[in-house]
Write a protein of this length. Structure first.
Length: 233
């Protein structure tokens, strides 16, 4: 973890470069999966999607399918790497904690002027809950997608019941993924969350913002730094 306070620049490093790569690999492959999943339905010609510049291929089922498979491979690879890499390093900051639901309600109420938001750690309670929800959705999409892919490539005579179940699971969680994506965009659009947008692209957020909203995280970092200096001298 490359967390570091850059006081002279009024910045704090929130995410390492590797974490940014993970995030964008999952985000962009997920977006491609979302679009190609829709394009595999007979909608591109019907709703004139093919007339949009650069989307003339959207009515070609095979092209959409191959893009879907490619994006699915990237998503699966990034997801597996994320779980094992951060799991082996013992990084649990995004895992839900006791009281997250109640704290999330407090945070949401503070957005509309009902009470004051309490000091937070690096991640907000609703971020931890959303992380676990999205992780479960992605897991179900990967598992059901693997069943469907196995049928297409290796087992054309797969049990109809198994295939139907996998298809229903894939479709249901596809809808949930789309709704989660919309919720994620809506959360970013909330004014108190605007300063975090910078961190999505650069890995850094303003130090004054972090001190104001993520005081528990900053206090922990500064305590570690002081202890490190004491040991050094």
């Amino acid at each position: 973890m490359a967390e570091k306070i850059l006081a002279a620049r009024n910045l704090v490093v929130r995410h390492a470069t590797l974490e940014l790569i993970e995030h964008w690999a999952i985000a962009l492959s997920g977006l491609v999966l979302l679009l190609t999943g829709i394009f595999e339905l007979p909608v591109a010609k019907r709703y004139y999607i093919i007339t949009v510049p650069g989307l003339g291929w959207s009515a070609d089922f095979i092209t959409s399918l191959y893009l879907h498979y490619t994006a699915a491979f990237i998503l699966t690879l990034a997801g597996v790497f994320h779980v094992f890499y951060h799991g082996l390093r013992g990084e649990k900051g995004l895992l839900p904690q006791k009281g997250d639901l109640a704290q999330s309600i407090t945070v949401i109420k503070s957005f509309i002027g009902l009470g004051k938001e309490p000091p937070m750690h690096k991640y907000l309670p609703e971020q931890r809950l959303a992380y676990m929800g999205m992780a479960f959705i992605i897991l179900m999409l990967i598992v059901s997608g693997l069943v469907k892919t196995y049928k297409n490539i290796y087992a054309p005579d797969m049990s109809h019941t198994v295939l139907l179940m996998a298809t229903w699971i894939h479709n249901i969680f596809f809808v949930l993924f789309f709704l989660a994506f919309l919720a994620h965009m809506a959360a970013i659009a909330l004014r108190p969350n605007w300063p975090m947008v910078r961190g999505i692209f650069t890995g850094k957020v303003r130090l004054d913002y972090a001190r104001h909203r993520h005081a528990l995280w900053l206090n922990k970092m500064e305590t570690k730094k002081r202890l490190g200096l004491k040991k050094k001298y």
